[in-house]
Unconditional design. Structure first.
Length: 282
C-alpha cells in the first residue's frame, strides 16, 4: 500500500527547547490515522510541519512522494485540506459568502457549498454572519471550508473539540463517508473514544515523542490483562484469570446456571495511554 505521508527522524526546536523529538512514522493512503496526546504534547506543531506552515529543525517529511516544501506551490493546494484552531473566516460575511470566496480562490464549483453545509449540519444557517455564531458553529464552518474541494488528504486538528455530542456524531459520520470515498485523514485529538471510533491506526504522542503506535483493537488486545468479569445471579461479582482453577470454577457456574453476566475486561485507549506514558490526556 502506498504511503501518502512519510516522516523520518523529524525534530522541532524552539530556542533550544525540543518540542518534537525524532518522530518517525508513515500514513497509508486511504486510512484514518490518529495522532493522540494531551494538550501541549506537540500535536499542532506536527500538523504545521506536515503542512509546510512550519519548518522542521531536523529530519525529512514527504507528502505525495515529494518533499513537504512542494505543498507551498499553488498547484498543490487542491490536494489537501487543513483544519486548525485558526479559522481565518471573515466575521462580517455570512457562512455562505465565506464559502463562496473560498470557491473563487480555489476554482471550486459553487454547487459544492450545499454538500459542505450538509456535511457540517449548517444548511439552515447559511445566511448567518460568522460574528453571530457560537464557537462550535464557527468550527463547523471552518470544517466545511476545509472539505469543500474534497481533498485527497485532510489534516484535522481537534475537529470536534467545541461540538456537542449530536453534532460531533454528525461530523464523525461525514468523515467516515469522506474516507470511504478515498480521502486520507490525519486526525489529532485527545478524545480517545473519537480515535477508537474513527481511526485505523493511532500513535500516542507524549512530550514530543511517539510512545506507541498500532491499530486500536490490536493495542487493546496487547495490553489486556486477560481477565473475565463474572456476575452471578445472587449478585456476587468475580474476576477470573486464565488459570486451570478459574476455568474449572467458571465451568461449574455454567453447569449450575448461576451466571447472570460475563464479559472480558478490555482496556480503553485512554487506559493504555496512561499505562504507557504514566500521564493523563487533559
Amino acid at each position: 500500500m502506498n504511503h501518502i505521508i512519510e516522516v523520518q527522524n523529524v525534530s522541532k526546536t524552539f530556542q533550544q527547547h525540543t518540542v518534537i523529538d525524532k518522530l518517525s512514522f508513515h500514513v497509508k493512503q486511504g486510512e484514518i490515522f490518529g495522532f493522540l496526546g494531551p494538550s501541549g504534547s506537540g500535536k499542532t506543531t506536527t500538523i504545521k510541519m506536515l503542512t509546510a506552515q512550519l519548518a522542521n529543525s531536523k529530519g525529512h517529511i514527504q507528502l505525495f512522494n515529494e518533499d513537504v516544501s512542494e505543498l507551498k506551490k499553488s498547484k498543490k493546494r487542491g490536494q489537501f485540506g487543513v483544519l486548525t484552531d485558526n479559522s481565518g473566516l471573515y466575521k462580517n460575511l455570512t457562512i455562505e459568502e465565506n464559502l463562496q470566496l473560498y470557491c473563487g480562490l480555489y476554482d471550486i464549483n459553487k454547487s459544492e457549498i450545499d454538500y459542505a453545509l450538509s456535511f457540517v449540519n449548517l444548511t439552515e444557517h447559511r445566511k448567518k454572519k460568522v460574528k453571530e455564531l457560537s464557537k462550535g458553529m464557527t468550527q463547523r464552518v471552518t470544517l466545511a471550508r476545509t472539505i469543500l474541494h474534497k481533498p485527497k488528504l485532510l489534516f484535522l486538528d481537534e475537529p470536534t473539540s467545541a461540538l456537542d455530542p449530536v453534532n460531533a456524531k454528525h461530523i464523525h459520520d461525514g468523515l467516515l463517508a469522506l474516507n470511504q470515498a478515498g480521502t486520507t485523514i490525519f486526525l489529532t485529538t485527545h478524545n480517545m473514544q473519537e480515535a477508537n471510533d474513527l481511526c485505523d491506526r493511532v500513535a500516542f504522542l507524549n512530550q514530543g515523542k511517539i510512545q506507541l503506535l498500532g491499530e486500536p483493537e490490536q493495542l487493546k488486545r496487547k495490553y489486556s490483562d486477560q481477565t473475565i468479569h463474572v456476575t452471578l445471579l445472587n449478585g456476587e461479582s468475580h474476576i477470573l484469570k486464565q488459570t486451570a482453577a478459574d476455568g474449572q470454577q467458571l465451568a461449574q457456574w455454567f453447569a449450575t446456571q448461576q451466571i447472570d453476566k460475563i464479559a472480558h475486561h478490555e482496556l480503553s485507549l485512554g487506559d493504555i495511554f496512561r499505562t504507557v506514558t504514566g500521564g493523563n490526556l487533559l
